[in-house]
Design a protein around this ligand. Structure first.
Ligand code: AMP
Length: 129
């Protein structure tokens, strides 16, 4: 069965899109650790990151780096943290998390955002790419 992220890629469910190229898409995490928490995913569905071919893995990291640089320009933070988990959604995704405090890397600390904030932030990050 297609993962929820494949449904996003196919346009079956909406997302707050930040960036896209032919092989990847980046969108805001719906339950963010911090404002600007972004997920970068390959369009080809793979469960575990180290099962990706080396080329596809490197391309995902290259795409994530580009998004992270834009994110750091758009959101005030000390730095952007990177994490790969995948315990909830079995479709490779790189978490990019604007950090001001270590608690934002824990996935226990969540922030609420309005629909309008999601829309504005996604556009703002995109404009910095
Ligand atoms: P994990 O698989 O543990 O790395 O976590 C999956 C992440 O995907 C969590 O941070 C969720 O908040 C996020 N997530 C789940 N569904 C969606 C969705 N429809 N749109 C955006 N983010 C999502």
């Amino acid at each position: 069965m297609a993962t929820i992220f494949t449904k996003i890629i196919n346009g079956e469910i909406p997302c707050y899109k930040v960036a896209e190229d032919s092989k990847h898409i980046a969108f805001l995490d719906i339950n963010p650790n911090a404002k600007g928490h972004t997920l970068c995913i390959p369009k080809e569905e793979t469960n575990r990151i180290f099962d990706m071919g080396e080329q596809a893995y490197l391309e995902l990291m290259q795409f994530s780096r580009k998004v992270a640089i834009g994110l750091e320009k758009a959101v005030s933070c000390k730095r952007v943290g990177v994490s790969v988990v995948g315990l909830e959604v079995p479709h490779v995704h790189v978490h990019l998390i604007p950090l001001n405090d270590m608690k934002e890397m824990t996935f226990q600390h969540k922030v609420k955002m309005t629909e309008n904030e999601f829309i504005t932030l996604a556009k703002s990050i995109n404009s910095k790419l």
